[in-house]
Design a protein around this ligand. Structure first.
Ligand code: DPP
Ligand code: ZN
Length: 873
């Protein structure tokens, strides 16, 4: 497979103005008739007079140009393309192809999910539906006619507005949809099935009434309420915050059970992984509820950032994804808690994006080459991309940033553009030069800020020296300094905010945060008027996606944890304290755990003024995989032991306070999913986890009682996890009961698989192998694969990295079996062994052997080939 390069981008030689598609739908054989209006693109250079269309796995039945059937001498059919040797400047092309939805296990293009037919076209799935210019810079108006058996497929949906519904002879019917907005083909969608619908309405800011419809299989009808509320909230929020009104008269969401991604923003017809639609308190956890709210919002926000304004090419993916993640994060912050949301953003970045930046698949937010674009739907493109938007918003401030996004929407509506076009709007509106800032889009790797401070007590000066540098990444040995916002606060010894006064200030500075800008390799910040040495509160709100290193004392961190009014910095201080302790315990289990640190966590638990959700965050340790990233050679078992040791120390020494927190946060409204109720359950279950780290019958009984009596999935699952982790064989009976209770609800059975696969119990790898033979397991359902294999490999360091290599062998076995079925999911699974260089010699050899074994297979997909070969490079 050959890489595609950004530098090779050329505008399309032809455009397709109109697309008229007719589907005769059937699970086994669907015929697709396409009528395409081509015209030469005036903005492109003239080629050799031929036309090349993308097409894969299509059985060509008919090909006509300007009404004339082409003879085989006039075209050439290849495995992935159809080449027509001579075409005029304007013409109509007519094709008819046959496809087989039931054989489509890759879930790209048109496929069968249970009793339904559905599509997934992003990034390059449309070419598996019909011959086309499958690239995002070709925007067309689509009209879609769907013909199918009325009984099996009573509901037939496509993008845009409903034109007509007609009964046909022989029990068939025909439905026509028309989408007035030109769009790239990756936003095309259709659905056929026997679906029930939940309906609602939304009145837009200009007074238009929009019909909202969520389609699900009939037995799921009572679990759509939360998704519908989230949609209405998101629609209102986008009007108020970004001035974006919805444009069609209808907004449809369909939940399907086989889906590679979270959801897809097809124009007017979002297709969702049912995990991000269906919820009731007894079947979904708080995390599920929050996930639904943010994914519903994310896909809705794409209507402007993605659909009305789309990407010129797939290197610009972050144009829509980074911006849309930023928008959904801001939405979640405003409907929930800003601090807690920001902590979640930072935690995700540290756990997933920083390791990507440090590994063999490191790539810039705007990659410059790829072999398989599906491998670039990454934390870097999505989440680091969101951070780049956030930094620009921070540099401009809210008002200017809003004016910049207004300009972007106005100028580029209806176009396919680049991240550079976005930055240009920011520059123009603000009058700032962002030439240096643009490096963020092109340069991979996580920057470090190394900071030193000193205080001059006689001159009342406080000086920070900040050095920035970025380690090399594959293909980018030399890095340049970046432009970034550095939000700084200073606390005095009473925990009060000091003003950050700098030399040359003309105005008096109020006490509080000051956003400084770093551009140089080294920056010195000299703050005036400080009699005593302050404690620096740096990178407030996580103002830039960097790794900050500074020799905080324990006392500094305790001070920040107690007094900082910035939630992110409080949490970060707690993380640093825990990280420091955990890494010491990893090296030496006899390390003493200082009493003042324990006392700081006790104070946090007792603090009545702090949001329980934030307290729970303060008490949640950095993950084992995050700690692994901090070591030169990962000590898998040592880290796990340290985690348990610290938990058990806190469980013992904070016993009374944890018990009190547990009792106090027993929710009076256990099925309520407000931010407050969610935060209290979070804290209660974190307290229970710390208590369970200490052996004792009393807590074990408490946990068992919670499992037996809880009437919401959050509490049930939290208790089940602990019983399985700590109970040994005593975990088996609850697992069995859970299975029996929920065997008819697939999304809950996913949790049943995942609890077992993510358990630190000895023998987990073997149990996962056993579960792969369970009648409910299937490699054909991505949610199932993620819940069993993904949970073991991505969320269970200690068992996955078992010294005998059994976890690695299981992974490569699964990847080899899955790759021919679903390459996209197979490639994603490989992630945890890509960083094999970071482990001890024994594990390195085992991981390499499995990667090599995968690569040796003859018929690998481009997806898996790219990932495995880059890892061994
Ligand atoms: N469906 C994916 C998302 O919304 C890709 N666009 O992020
Ligand atoms: Zn998206």
């Amino acid at each position: 497979p050959h890489p595609v390069r950004l530098a090779d981008y050329r505008p399309p030689e032809f455009l397709i103005e109109r697309v008229d598609l007719t589907f005769e739908l059937d699970e086994q054989v669907t015929t697709v008739h396409a009528l395409l209006e081509f015209s030469r693109n005036p903005a492109a250079t003239r080629g050799d007079g031929s036309l090349t269309l993308d097409g894969e796995q299509l059985e060509l039945i008919e090909l006509k140009l300007a009404g004339q059937t082409l003879t085989p001498a006039e075209y050439q059919l290849e495995a992935e393309a159809l080449r027509i040797h001579r075409v005029p400047d304007r013409f109509q092309l007519e094709t008819q192809v046959r496809i087989h939805p039931n054989r489509n296990t890759a879930l790209e293009g048109l496929y069968q999910s249970g009793p339904m037919l559905c599509t997934q076209c992003e990034a390059e799935g449309f070419r598996k539906i019909t011959f086309f210019l499958d690239r995002p810079d070709v925007l067309s108006r689509f009209r879609t006619t769907l013909i199918a058996d009325q009984d099996r497929f009573p509901v037939l949906l496509a993008n845009g507005n409903l034109v007509s519904e007609t009964r046909l002879p022989a029990g068939r019917h025909q439905v026509i949809w028309d989408d007035p907005f030109p769009k790239p083909c990756y936003l095309f969608a259709l659905i056929g099935g026997d679906l029930s619908v939940v309906e609602d309405q939304f009145r837009t800011c200009s007074g238009r009434d929009i019909g909202l419809r969520i389609f699900v299989e009939p037995h799921n009808l009572d679990r759509c309420g939360h998704a519908m509320q989230a949609l209405k909230k998101a629609m209102r929020w986008d009007e108020e915050r970004f001035g974006r009104e919805y444009d069609l008269d209808l907004y449809m969401i369909v939940a399907v059970s086989h889906f590679n991604m979270g959801a897809m923003e097809n124009k007017g017809l979002n297709v969702f992984n049912d995990k991000f639609v269906l919820a009731s308190p007894d079947t979904a956890t708080d995390e599920d509820f929050q996930g639904i709210e943010s994914v519903i919002a994310h896909e809705y926000f794409h209507n402007w950032t993605g659909n009305r304004i789309t990407c010129r090419d797939w290197f610009q993916l972050s144009l829509k994804e980074g911006f849309t993640v930023y928008r959904d994060q801001e939405f979640s912050a405003e409907v929930g808690s800003r601090d807690v949301q920001r902590i979640a953003d930072a935690r995700f970045l540290r756990n997933h994006q920083f390791p990507e930046d440090a590994g063999p698949m490191a790539h810039p937010v705007r990659p410059d080459s790829y072999i398989e674009i599906n491998n670039f739907y990454t934390p870097t493109v999505y989440n680091k991309g969101a951070e780049l938007v956030r930094m620009q918003a921070c540099l401009l401030g809210p008002e200017l940033f809003r004016r910049a996004t207004d300009r972007y929407f106005e100028r580029h509506d209806g176009q396919a553009v680049t991240t550079d076009d976005f930055v240009r709007c920011i520059e123009e509106v603000s009058g700032r030069d962002l030439a240096q800032f643009r490096r963020w889009y092109a340069q991979a790797g996580t920057p470090y800020l190394d900071i030193e401070a000193d205080h001059d007590a006689t001159r009342h000066l406080y000086r920070l020296r900040i050095r920035q540098w970025t380690p090399p990444t594959p293909g980018q040995p030399v890095k340049e300094p970046l432009h970034l916002p550095f939000a700084l606060g200073l606390l005095d010894d009473q925990g009060r905010e000091c003003p950050v006064r700098l030399e040359g200030d003309v105005q008096d500075q109020p006490a509080g945060t000051r956003v400084l800008e770093l551009r140089e390799l080294e920056t010195e910040i000299c703050v005036l008027g400080l009699r005593t040495r302050p404690v620096p509160s740096m990178l407030r709100g996580f103002s830039a996606p960097v790794k900050l290193r500074y020799a905080f004392t324990n006392a500094d961190l305790i001070h920040l944890m107690r007094y900082d009014r910035d939630g992110f910095c409080r949490w970060d201080a707690a993380q640093r304290l825990q990280e420091r302790l955990l890494l010491r315990l990893t090296q030496d289990p006899t390390t003493l755990i200082p009493d003042d640190v324990v006392a700081a966590f006790r104070d946090a638990l007792r603090d009545p003024a702090t949001d329980p959700a934030l307290i729970a965050e303060l008490l949640t340790f950095p993950s084992e995989s995050y700690l692994a990233d901090q070591l030169d050679v990962v000590d898998v078992d040592g880290i796990h032991r340290a985690h348990r040791q610290l938990a058990s120390h806190l469980g013992t020494h904070l016993n009374d306070d944890l018990m009190a927190a547990y009792a106090h946060n027993q929710d009076p409204a256990p099925t309520e999913v407000t931010p407050r109720a969610i935060g209290r359950r979070r804290l209660k279950n974190r307290a229970l986890a710390l208590l369970m780290a200490v052996d004792g019958a009393k807590v074990f009984n408490l946990c068992q009682t919670q499992f037996e009596t809880a009437d919401n999935m959050t509490d049930t699952l939290a208790a089940l996890r602990l019983l399985v982790d700590h109970g040994g064989a005593a975990g088996d009976a609850p697992l069995q009961r859970f299975y029996e209770r929920w065997s008819q609800v697939p999304l809950v059975i996913d949790k049943w698989f995942s609890v077992q696969a993510s358990s630190c119990r000895e023998g987990t790898v073997e149990r996962v192998r056993g579960l792969m033979a369970h009648p409910d397991f299937s490699l054909r359902n991505p949610n199932r694969v993620r819940s069993l294999i993904g949970a073991l490999c991505h969320a269970n360091s200690v068992q996955f990295h078992a010294a005998d290599g059994s976890g690695y062998r299981l992974l490569s076995d699964v990847v080899l079996e899955l790759d021919p079925l679903n390459p996209q999911i197979a490639a994603r699974l490989l992630k945890p062994i890509l960083s094999w260089r970071r482990y001890d010699a024994g594990r390195q050899a085992q991981m390499r052997r499995e990667l090599a074994r995968v690569l040796e297979t003859g018929e690998l997909s481009a997806d898996v080939y790219e990932v495995a070969s880059k890892a061994l490079d």
